[in-house]
Write a protein that binds this ligand. Structure first.
Ligand code: DQA
Length: 146
């Protein structure tokens, strides 16, 4: 099956962006590891990072007809702002897992509300780059069970 991995704004800077909060792993390293993890289970993963809300909305809309079976998404700052991206995910009706490197619940109050969590299959946060690995593991389990 096809999995889609989406990364929101500023995650292109991973590795150098506030490493004390987000770690030293770069986005290409994360994407490569996720692709290998999916391939080892007989699936494929495609990734997209964008700083633009409309690009992410368009990509989610395309998932409605391109055979995407599961979405992994770190909406980054859009977590706390984007009704549009939430609505897109609800519209396509593809199951998704919400991911964060940091634990937003242990940070500023404005990070403690997510527009995605109540629609997600589950939320994984606080494990740095490993959050993505755990989320992919959960998605692959779901796919093999279905
Ligand atoms: C983040 C947490 C968000 O609050 C923040 O805006 C990000 C990254 C995370 O992965 O920890 O950009 O989604």
């Amino acid at each position: 099956a096809k999995l889609l991995v989406l990364h929101g704004p500023n995650l292109n800077l991973l590795g150098t962006r506030e490493p004390g909060v987000y770690g030293h792993t770069t986005l290409p390293q994360i994407e490569q590891a996720l692709q290998a993890q999916a391939a080892a289970a007989g699936h494929s993963a495609e990734s997209l990072q964008s700083n633009a809300e409309h690009t992410l909305v368009d990509r989610v809309q395309a998932a409605r007809t391109d055979g995407t079976a599961f979405i992994l998404i770190n909406p980054a700052a859009f977590t706390h702002t984007s009704v549009a991206l939430r609505d897109a995910l609800a519209a396509v009706d593809v199951p998704f897992i919400e991911i964060h490197l940091s634990n937003p619940h242990a940070r500023e109050p404005f990070r403690q509300h997510s527009y995605f969590s109540d629609k997600a299959v589950g939320v994984i946060c606080g494990f740095g780059a490993d959050s993505y690995r755990y989320a992919m593991d959960a998605a692959l389990q779901r796919l093999s069970a279905s």
